[in-house]
Design a binder for this molecule. Structure first.
Ligand code: MG
Length: 340
């Protein structure tokens, strides 16, 4: 069986520029793919590259789509090369959406984490999130001066409601002494984990830190590429794996890999529009066992509301997720990439 293949490009501004250790980011580019069967039914998939996490670039994804034929079959969809993980995710989720539109998701109520900005704005954001019922908050650090950020930690923790927990994401910005100072400050505090303290390729101290301190360490950028994920799994990394399904290639293979290794995972977004976010959440709903909050605090990140998945709030119902319609995303994107 073959389906008609089309693709559109989008470029979308964020509601607010996001400051991370990777820099300040104000818009993202991506592609939507559409598969249509002979009766006119169609399904969308999203290519949302994050080259800073090791995915293909937008240009590489665009070139890949431009080289595909107008009709694609399952063999082609399942054999997208490993160095095009975002393309593979988009094509497979669109294919599965068209082939098995009614396949039921497990009925689950999944907790969601709120995203706090870097710097002092985190405190006000934490208070707002707590008022909405969030009990897991993720704070971006590694953006400003490390000493000032560390000095903010007790203040931020003091504003969290009883029972709430903080995740601290350094996006690879720290050196060993900075990581030690943070982990020391986190001892005995309601900190769920420290995420990606060191840059990719320089992670080795995490093993030592995992033995020295009680706060768990999570890897995100280090396990974003499937080859790297497999390497850490084979190595037996005992900490937490942050998984961005939209960057991880084939959802089918990812789910099998995670089931085989039975590791602690936290599922996370990659700044997708509603199409990619829904697909990534669907993968998370199929895999999630730990009941750790999902890291999809970027839902609602685009200035154009029509691109955003509706905000599920502090708890995501998989029944709600299954009912969501794709919205006007295809019409809002363009057959020709915008000029740079
Ligand atoms: Mg992260």
């Amino acid at each position: 069986m073959s389906f008609r293949f089309e693709y559109h490009a989008y470029r979308a501004a964020f509601r607010q520029p996001l400051a991370t250790a990777h820099g300040v980011w104000s818009e993202r580019e991506g592609l939507l793919v559409r598969l249509t069967d002979g009766s006119g039914r169609s399904a969308l998939g999203e290519i949302a590259p994050l080259p800073a996490w090791g995915s293909e670039t937008f240009d590489a994804a665009l070139a890949f789509c431009a080289a595909l034929p107008g009709m694609v079959d399952e063999a082609l969809v399942r054999s997208v090369p490993a160095d095009r993980p975002c393309c593979r995710f988009a094509l497979e989720t669109a294919w599965d959406g068209l082939q098995r539109p009614a396949s039921p998701l497990p009925v689950r109520q999944l907790p969601m984490a709120a995203l706090l900005p870097a710097g002092t704005g985190a405190i006000e954001a934490a208070v707002r999130a707590a008022n909405r019922g969030f009990t897991t908050m993720k704070w971006k650090v590694g953006v400003g001066d490390p000493a000032s950020e560390l000095a903010l930690l007790p203040l931020l923790l003091a504003h969290l409601p009883a029972g709430a927990r903080l995740r601290i994401d350094a996006n690879g910005a720290w050196d060993l002494s900075t990581a030690r100072a943070w982990l020391k400050a986190c001892e005995g505090r309601p900190v769920e984990f420290i995420e990606q303290p060191f840059p990719v390729g320089h992670e080795h101290p995490v093993l030592q830190l995992a033995n020295e301190f009680s706060t768990p360490v999570a890897l995100d950028e280090s396990v974003a590429r499937t080859d790297d994920l497999r390497r850490w799994l084979d190595f037996g990394w005992p900490g937490i794996y942050v998984i961005k399904p939209a960057l991880a290639g084939s959802p089918r293979r990812l789910l099998k890999l995670l089931a085989d290794y039975e590791v602690e995972t936290v599922f996370s977004s990659a700044f997708e529009t509603a199409v990619g976010a829904r697909a990534a959440l669907t993968v998370a709903a199929c895999a999630e066992r730990s009941n750790r909050a999902l890291g999809f605090g970027t839902i609602g990140c685009f200035a154009d509301e029509r691109l955003n998945l509706p905000d599920p709030g502090p708890t995501l119902s998989t029944k709600w997720l299954a009912r969501l319609a794709p919205g006007p995303l295809w019409e809002l994107s363009s057959p020709v990439p915008h000029a740079a």
